[in-house]
Design a protein around this ligand. Structure first.
Ligand code: MG
Length: 389
């Protein structure tokens, strides 16, 4: 994209024709891509106010759209219950920190959710006791199904598929970036549940993990829920589930727990850059409809170009007919413009011609259009085309 085109484009959304702004020049939509390259009809990303990063002393703040599961307030313990019996948990909040009380059992959130970005910070006991799986062991269970291991592996080897940030029983972490026990460790997790349709796996589900900012799970495919000693097999998960935290007999502490739900994937009907031909056709029809509706609020060339633009997403007799009639009227008007006034029409003529060039280049309208040839003739006669150097 040319830099100079950006500021104009940024303010043109929905109110004026994108073609008219000279911005619709990237490769058009195709069978598996509902949007053009650099398409201003594509929705703007939603605004999220970022949070702050944690230090050892002070927990960070979550982004504006996060759902807080534990932010340091004692009453937030009420968002959690005993996994065993659904009763209030015996885990405690001490110094704004959620702490496992060994022997009291797993906890789970009352809230249920699925695909998410999860942030959680934990700290193993200062006093080092035990080794391998016995030291500072807990675990974060996404949807209650699959464990991202929490374990004090600082100078503490164990079986790799059970080390801190392993997908327990499935995949070891790519690295061990743990801090010393007693210090805060940060997990940032991206979780996608497995998707099955008619008993067949159409997406295995994935987990990505950053530990203290270091990538430890890189889009690791799930094979069921993992587990202890037994190799799990791919299986469907429920639609939603709680977040569980493990009591493995160590007083591990937690703080700053929040998640952001993630949008649907393409395989479950969500939007993506590349989609199935069927989903792409449906999306293109939806975009075209929106543009045609937008055109009804416009007049003159803006309306005409918006109607033409809709043809890039979906052929439509009415839109094509109306826009072609408007184009004919515009060209007649230009041809009847007196020689000393034509210069004042340069902007409009160039704008419409550029759009027509795009539409013919990608075969959305026939390339032998008389109106286009007439406009090109005016441009040539007036010598308006910038000279190529
Ligand atoms: Mg564990």
């Amino acid at each position: 994209m040319k830099r100079s085109a950006l500021p104009t484009l940024a303010f043109s959304l929905f109110t004026t024709a994108v073609l008219a702004e000279g911005g619709f020049y990237g490769d058009p939509p195709d069978a598996t891509h509902p949007w053009a390259i650099h398409d201003m009809n594509r929705p703007q990303p939603m605004r999220v106010e970022p949070g702050t990063f944690s230090s050892q002393e002070v927990p960070g703040t979550p982004p504006s759209d996060a759902v807080i599961l534990f932010g340091g307030k004692p009453e937030e313990i009420e968002k959690w219950i005993s996994d065993k019996n659904g009763e209030p948990t015996k885990w405690v909040v001490k110094d704004n920190v959620l702490q496992c009380v060994p022997g009291s059992g797993y906890i789970r959130t009352k809230e249920e959710f699925s695909d998410c970005q999860l942030h959680i910070e934990w700290s193993a006991p200062n006093k080092v006791e035990g080794n391998s799986q016995g030291r500072g062991n807990s675990g974060v269970f996404l949807m209650g199904q699959v464990e991202v291991q929490v374990l004090d592996n600082y100078n503490n080897p164990s079986y790799p598929d059970g080390m801190a940030s392993s997908i327990y029983g499935i995949n070891p972490p790519l690295a061990n970036p743990l801090r010393a026990p007693g210090e805060w460790q940060t997990y940032d997790i991206v979780f996608r549940r497995p998707i099955f349709k008619d008993g067949k796996e159409i997406d295995p589900g994935y987990i990505t993990v950053f530990v203290n900012g270091v990538l430890t799970q890189d889009h690791t495919p799930l094979e069921g829920g993992g587990g202890h000693m037994k190799r799990s097999k791919p299986r469907a998960f429920p639609d939603q589930g709680p977040l569980k935290i493990q009591d493995h007999g160590n007083p591990v502490r937690f703080r700053n727990i929040w998640y952001r739900p993630l949008p649907k994937r393409a395989v479950e009907g969500g939007e993506a850059s590349r989609m199935s031909e069927e989903a792409t056709a449906a999306k293109r029809a939806e975009i075209a409809k929106g543009i045609r509706e937008d055109a009804t609020k416009l007049e003159g060339n803006a309306k005409m170009l918006r109607l033409f633009e809709s043809l890039c997403y979906e052929p439509n007799e009415d839109a094509n007919h109306t826009a072609t009639l408007m184009l004919g009227a515009f060209v007649t008007d230009m041809k009847n413009t007196a020689a000393d006034k034509i210069e004042s029409k340069k902007g409009e003529i160039m704008q419409v011609t550029k759009a027509l060039r795009y539409l013919t280049q990608f075969k959305f309208i026939p390339d032998n259009l008389k109106a286009k040839a007439d406009l090109e003739a005016i441009i040539k006669a007036q010598d308006w085309e910038p000279k190529k150097k």
